[in-house]
Design a protein. Structure first.
Lengths: 242, 242
DNA sequence: AAGGCTAATTGAATAGCATTCGATATTGTC
DNA sequence: GACAATATCGAATGCTATTCAATTAGCCTT
């Protein structure tokens, strides 16, 4: 009985190879034609198998794409972790720079794919790239941020998820802007200003120095900061009144 | 010949009314079931017309949804402009606060719809909400930002489109985070911290004062200027209240 | 107001595609 | 080598957007 449940190694290896072939074919077709544009027949043909066979590996077209996307995101996560491992500086802002550069470039180069991720999620609410996969990916940022806080480089009262949304949200929109402006031209030259701006932003807004200033006594800087907070308070009040 | 080309006013009005009925029905069905889930038959039934008739108004399901979405975005643009018009303070950061609050809440409340906008764009590359519609919407931010620069509240060397991407990108991601955390609970209470953080971020990173601080601490002249602006704001508020 | 012309409307017929399923082939076991 | 269990196949199915030939409503002329 056990023998029927557990195929021999070679058999299992064969199935896994075939699975990879299917995924590879699917990836190509999905990238070329998008989700709706992709034909199961074409994927099958490219993988060199019958249409029905795909369904013994994946329950539906959506799940096939899901598998393709999850592989893709796992790859990205590994790459991002590799980038972080290879950056030698301990400085948070230096590491953030590297991560931002990697992420922005990745998002631009793999724009089709990343769009498919969200298109699937939005279209087919049943099937979506598991939250865990994306969480795993953004965890690379989270670890750096927490470490920056531990090292005292970042404000201790900063909220992690807000910072994360700012990082990835801004970069995604920036990627789109860059794509629109520089049709076809994928040089990283245009990306540098965005990355620099992002790092400067984190330094100005989340850097611990600003906080230290605020905590200081009756310095000019402290006063200045107080005035700013006052301004903000009043403005906020005012807009709430209207 | 001219008479056939130009239907009488009542006739045109009738057609336009029918168009509105179709759009209204389509909107409901699309929101309820998403793009793929929506059945043309159901839309037709809800609009009280035959299926084929829809195709004499719109070439395809995608274009029908496009029309629905464009109406929706136009509405949002008007609302956002209304919010900006109603905020009495001239202070950039106060106005940004109001805009962020409006945008974040809107994105959360209309999440389905906004997702559909991008799902359509990503799925069906032929048809997408015209760039002009979205540009029109984000122009509300652009105007505020430029004005802030003119008033000397923002760094003159800030790049508009980068700031815009940071604003809208961060808020979109934050909206998703908030949606995930607070299932069903749509109180604006949870949104306030995000808005506050965004305003503080702009102040720290794009504010002209912050730059001066970073370049060598606050100056008396700078403080004096801020106090002047505060006075102005308060006076304007006071006259508003009386 | 009747007749004729045009444009609008209809819903049954068409066509494209994911998915299913019965038949067939392959693999592993004794 | 025969049997059981899997895996594979691709034609048949079913579901929908879209088309189209027939019908109806609106408007103008006389």
């Amino acid at each position: 009985m056990a023998s029927k449940a557990i195929p021999s190694e070679t058999q299992r290896a064969k199935l896994e190879r075939k699975e990879r072939v299917i995924l590879e074919a699917a990836r190509t077709i999905f990238v070329d034609h998008g989700f709706d544009g992709a034909r199961m027949q074409e994927i099958a043909r490219r993988a060199g198998i019958g249409e029905g066979t795909i369904y013994s590996y994946y329950d539906s077209k959506a799940e096939l794409m899901l598998a393709v996307l999850q592989r893709f995101w796992d790859g990205l996560t590994l790459e991002a972790e590799g980038v972080m491992a290879s950056v030698q500086v301990p400085d948070f802002f230096g590491r953030l720079d590297a991560l931002a550069r990697y992420h922005l470039n990745t998002v631009i180069v793999n724009a089709d794919f990343i769009n498919l991720t969200f298109a699937l999620r939005r279209n087919n609410s049943e099937v979506s790239v598991s939250r865990d996969h994306l969480r795993h990916y953004v965890a690379v940022f989270d670890r750096q941020f927490l470490r920056g806080q531990d090292r005292g480089e970042l404000r201790a009262d900063a909220v992690l998820w807000q910072a994360r949304d700012i990082f990835y949200g801004s970069l995604e929109y920036s990627a789109r802007s860059i794509e629109m402006t520089m049709e076809g031209d994928r040089s990283t030259r245009d990306q540098q200003p965005v990355v620099d701006d992002m790092v400067a932003l984190f330094r100005a807004h989340y850097g611990a120095a600003a906080e230290r200033e605020a905590a200081g006594g009756a310095t000019l800087a402290g006063l200045s900061r107080q005035v700013e907070q006052l301004t903000e308070t009043i403005a906020s009040l005012a807009s709430r009144l209207s």
